[in-house]
Design a protein around this ligand. Structure first.
Ligand SMILES: NC(=O)c1ccc[n+]([C@@H]2O[C@H](COP(=O)([O-])OP(=O)(O)OC[C@H]3O[C@@H](n4cnc5c(N)ncnc54)[C@H](O)[C@@H]3O)[C@@H](O)[C@H]2O)c1
Length: 320
């Protein structure tokens, strides 16, 4: 384990970034975090995420926008990162339809800024957070890294695909990790696990797009963090690797699982399938097993139980 190394995490205040940063600090890494605390969801949630590690002696935070190249460069000059884990992005498939330009700016141009500085400052390893959404409406399952990709079905997916290409063209040592629907404590408030749990517990209706047959390969946050750390410990010249649970679950079954765990019935309002929603995500994880020695260990029931325990816990006081 490569302890004491200097790691720069972008998006450290977000859902995945905050879990990852805490783990890296626990493992003895020196972490610099870069985040602009934007209001895609409440910045108060991001502050609460960072409270868990913000005072750690091996952590330093830069509140800045990755599009602000001069400030970003000053951060590189001071922190001299050896490894970059680039998570900062405008996330979310559906909201990307409303503001495609912003998604392009942050997810593509922001990634370019980081790659350019990584080159200039001779960073040894670059890990990029991509997404299962780039597989689009693919019907061949499970989704493999070697599959020929069709047209992305959302601006968000387009930006991730474009950023992957920038990574490939950079000629830096890059590991691209394609995450499949990540959930768990401190999960994003715009995502189904949070929205459904919130509404079901409050006796409010939930909106279900489609007939409930769409499937997602829900992957627990600790498994994603262990996958990122496995990638960090095994630098590769250039690889794309899926990190998913390899166990797709239908929306109907997902809602039923929350009903069982909360002991409450959902009030479902059915709407037509959303145009940006793909019918299925399903990760082939054989490459992650082979190259990273990684495999997920958290089943949906265990992961959702932990998520709901967090949601109802007194420690979770921040509301969006
Ligand atoms: N959560 C998932 O299911 C999932 C699935 C696939 C891929 N991903 C990718 O993983 C990464 C992390 O996702 P997340 O779910 O933690 O999202 P998140 O929104 O919780 O975290 C992203 C963080 O990046 C920061 N950020 C956004 N734009 C920025 C900018 N211009 N400058 C500086 N900071 C900025 C935000 O403030 C936020 O704290 C993203 O790249 C996302 O696309 C997430």
């Amino acid at each position: 384990m490569s302890k004491n190394k200097r790691v720069l995490v972008t998006g450290h205040a977000g859902f995945i970034g905050s879990h990852l940063t805490k783990k890296l600090l626990d493992l003895g890494f020196n972490v610099t975090g870069v985040d602009n605390y934007n209001d895609f969801y409440s910045p108060e949630i991001k502050k609460a995420n960072v409270a868990a590690f913000g005072n750690h002696s091996n952590f330093k935070e830069y509140k800045l926008d990755i599009l602000d190249l001069p400030k970003l460069e000053r951060c590189f000059a001071v922190s001299k990162p050896e490894i970059i884990i680039h998570l900062a992005a405008r996330a979310g498939v559906r909201p990307s339809l409303k503001n495609p330009q912003l998604y392009h700016d942050v997810n593509v141009n922001g990634t370019k800024n980081l790659l350019d500085l990584a080159k200039k400052y001779q960073v040894k390893q670059f890990i990029f957070a991509s997404s299962s959404s780039i597989y689009g409406n693919q019907t061949k399952v499970p989704f493999s890294e070697t599959d020929k990709l069709g047209q992305p079905v959302s601006p968000y997916a387009q930006t991730k695909l474009a950023a992957e290409k920038l990574c490939r063209d950079s000629e830096l040592p890059v590991t691209i990790l394609r995450f499949f629907t990540v959930y768990g404590p401190a999960g994003r408030p715009d995502m189904a696990p949070y929205l459904f749990t919130q509404a079901i517990l409050a006796g409010q209706p939930i909106i279900r797009y489609g007939d409930g047959s769409t499937k997602r390969d829900y992957t627990y946050i600790d498994d994603i963090v262990s996958g990122i750390i496995a990638a960090l410990n095994r630098p590769l010249a250039y690889e794309i690797i899926n990190l998913g649970n390899n166990q797709p679950v239908s929306l109907k079954d997902f809602i039923a699982a929350i009903e069982t765990l909360t002991g409450k019935k959902a009030k479902i309002v059915a709407k037509p399938r959303h145009p940006a929603d793909v019918p299925l995500t399903y990760a082939d994880i054989s490459k992650a097993k082979k190259l990273l020695g990684w495999q997920p260990t958290t089943d949906l029931k265990t992961g959702l139980t932990k998520f709901i325990d967090w949601y109802v816990s007194p420690a979770f006081k921040v509301c969006p």
